[in-house]
Write a new protein. Structure first.
Length: 290
């Protein structure tokens, strides 16, 4: 095992990375979770060779899982799938997900391993670690057996076992009005995960937006939501976007209003930069007018 953050480009807590060094913003939520808020050598990497990887995937698929109860509907959030569900989708699914080896070099071989599991410290003294991206429904005894197959964890002590969590959220586009207020129960405003957003930052941001809208309502002012060109506004866009089965979402570029077509077709990086600059401009103007 060795310590390294992906691409060696982790962000030391509280510091901004040098801009030119920064990788393009990852597009999927799982990747964002992996790379957010970590120190330069924040992860411990457990490398797999091909045979170890395939045996591990087989063990995940064949392991005993906790059965769903009659009253449980098993509907997983795609951004946070249990590892055995990913393994069952295809032998290589995990190697393109939480076990992807990109941006990591095994110092013993000088090469990228076939696959990795990353461990993230749980406490400042780094006495305990969690497995990044490994939700699971495996029975506890099976977790001990299967996770001890991870190279480096053969003799690990397990302090806490994994379990699948349940998200409770409303069908926001159907139930929430423009002030994040329950249409059927005026005076009750929802923010955070229960309102239908996903993620730490998004939940805090939704609380902020909800408070702003509530303050405007209490002052009898017309509602002035944050512009749809900003990430704060994008949260409201997603909450208002009707879907056949509503699912919470992290903030993504898809929730932010597209650029004016008059600006022509830009490459992805340039497009994101232009959207970010526009967002900061529009946010300043919105804030100044408040
Ligand atoms: C295992 C796991 C891993 C996650 N990993 C990430 C991650 O890496 N990155 C990320 O961005 N997001 C992650 N999330 C999602 C993130 O945790 C949530 O989106 C976020 O915490 C939601 O914040 P919230 O304040 O809306 O709700 P919560 O954090 O759920 O807070 C709700 C609070 O209300 C309390 N409460 C409930 N009912 C009552 C009641 N009747 N009276 C009083 N209090 C009550 C609860 O105890 C709780 O403290 C993860 C979630 C889980 C479960």
């Amino acid at each position: 095992m060795w310590k390294q953050s992906r691409y060696g480009k982790g962000v030391v807590r509280g510091e901004r990375p040098a801009e030119p060094e920064r990788a393009a913003p990852p597009e999927d939520a799982a990747e964002r979770r992996d790379d957010a808020e970590v120190g330069d050598e924040a992860y411990v990497n457990c490398p797999f060779d091909e045979a170890q990887y395939k045996a591990f995937v087989r063990a995940l698929v064949e392991s005993e899982k906790v059965e769903a109860r009659d009253f449980e509907q098993v509907r997983y959030f795609e951004g946070c799938l249990p590892c055995e569900v990913m393994a069952a989708r295809g032998e290589q699914t995990l190697s393109f997900g939480p076990m992807k080896p990109v941006g990591l070099t095994d110092p013993r071989t000088g090469r990228r391993p076939y696959a990795v599991i990353q461990l993230r410290p749980e406490d400042e003294a780094a006495t305990a670690y969690n497995l990044v991206g490994f939700q699971t429904r495996m029975k506890y005894a099976e977790q001990l057996r299967v996770f001890r197959m991870v190279p480096g964890l053969e003799e690990a002590d397990f302090l806490r076992m994994g379990s699948v969590h349940r998200n409770t959220f409303v069908d926001a586009p159907a139930l929430l009005g423009p002030a994040m207020e329950l249409r059927a129960l005026p005076g009750v405003h929802l923010a955070g995960q229960i309102a239908g957003v996903e993620g730490y930052v998004e939940s805090a941001a939704a609380g902020f937006v909800c408070a702003m809208l509530l303050a405007q309502k209490l002052r009898n002012e017309p509602l002035r939501p944050p512009p749809p060109t900003t990430a704060l506004g994008g949260i409201l866009t997603h909450l208002g976007r009707k879907q056949p089965t509503y699912q919470p979402s992290n903030i993504t570029w898809a929730h932010i209003a597209p650029l004016d077509p008059a600006q022509g077709k830009l490459r992805k990086r340039a497009r994101y930069e232009a959207m970010a600059e526009r967002a900061l401009r529009d946010l300043d103007a919105w804030w100044a007018a408040g």
